[in-house]
Design a protein around this ligand. Structure first.
Ligand code: PGA
Length: 257
């Protein structure tokens, strides 16, 4: 069985003192039954890069995993303002979000660039979380699946048979991010199933059934259960609701069936 993945994306929020306090509050809520939770789910938080050292320290001794929201694909070089895979590795980062819609739309990241990041994360033994999702216009004009499957295919270019199960896919309809409007569980499930079947066609049934496909877009304490209890929804990528310990802890405890 696939383990669920509950991932918090802090985006560009918090300063170190707030980040430490948030981790302490999350730990106060979930540490006492971390072992039970860890049986069927992984929990991860992705702070802004500059907070990673403080958060790594605050997570010492916890089973909560540390993620990054983005990274450059080269190991080092003249790339002003960027952060490399070895820099993230040095702080124990295990997951890297690649191609979040805010990176695609605000910072004009292309599928080719995102694919390089996916390959770089794998090369450095970090698990990429490849984000895909259609805009409101694409949704309204009935092109959601075409867009999502195209982003998937391009994002996984040159990802080998032996690597694909380390990748998680995040389906995040752009119209649902930060809007309070989320896809219904059935809507999301049908896209997740289509993503899994595309992975199956390319990588075979065993690998397809091992790849985690998580949902993102206005996930909160009230809607998480109905989403993650769907057969192909393997967890959640949570923005706004991951910034409050009580709501994130509730999401971490989602009922999965
Ligand atoms: P949201 O963000 O939960 O605030 O909608 C999700 C995301 O962008 O990953």
């Amino acid at each position: 069985m696939r383990k669920k993945l509950i991932a918090g994306n802090w985006k560009m929020h918090l300063v170190p003192v707030e980040a430490r306090a948030l981790i302490a509050a999350i730990r106060a809520e979930i540490d006492h039954d971390a072992a039970a939770l860890a049986k069927d789910r992984d929990v991860m938080v992705a702070p802004p890069d500059i907070l990673i050292p403080a958060v790594a320290q605050a997570l010492a001794g916890s089973s909560i995993l540390l993620g990054a929201q983005n990274m450059h694909y080269e190991d080092k070089g003249a790339f002003t303002g960027e952060v490399s895979p070895p820099m993230l590795n040095a702080y124990g980062v295990t997951h890297v979000i690649a191609g979040h819609s805010e990176r695609r739309h605000i910072f004009h990241e292309t599928d080719e660039l995102i694919n390089r990041k996916v390959l770089a994360a794998l090369k450095h033994r970090m698990a990429p979380i490849l984000c895909v999702g259609e805009t409101q216009d694409e949704h309204d004009s009935g092109r959601a699946l075409d867009v999502v499957l195209d982003q998937l295919r391009r994002g996984l270019e040159n990802v080998g048979d032996d690597q694909v199960t380390a990748v998680a896919i995040a389906y995040e309809p752009v119209w649902a991010i930060g809007t309070g409007r989320n896809a219904t569980p059935d809507q999301a499930e049908s896209v997740h199933a289509a993503i899994r079947s595309a992975i199956l066609q390319r990588y075979g049934p065993e690998r397809a059934s091992a790849v985690r496909i998580i949902y993102g877009g206005s996930v909160n304490a009230d809607n998480v259960d109905s989403l993650v209890s769907k057969p192909d929804i393997d967890g959640a990528l949570v923005g706004g609701a991951s910034l409050k310990a009580d709501s994130f802890a509730r999401i971490v405890r989602a009922r999965t069936r």
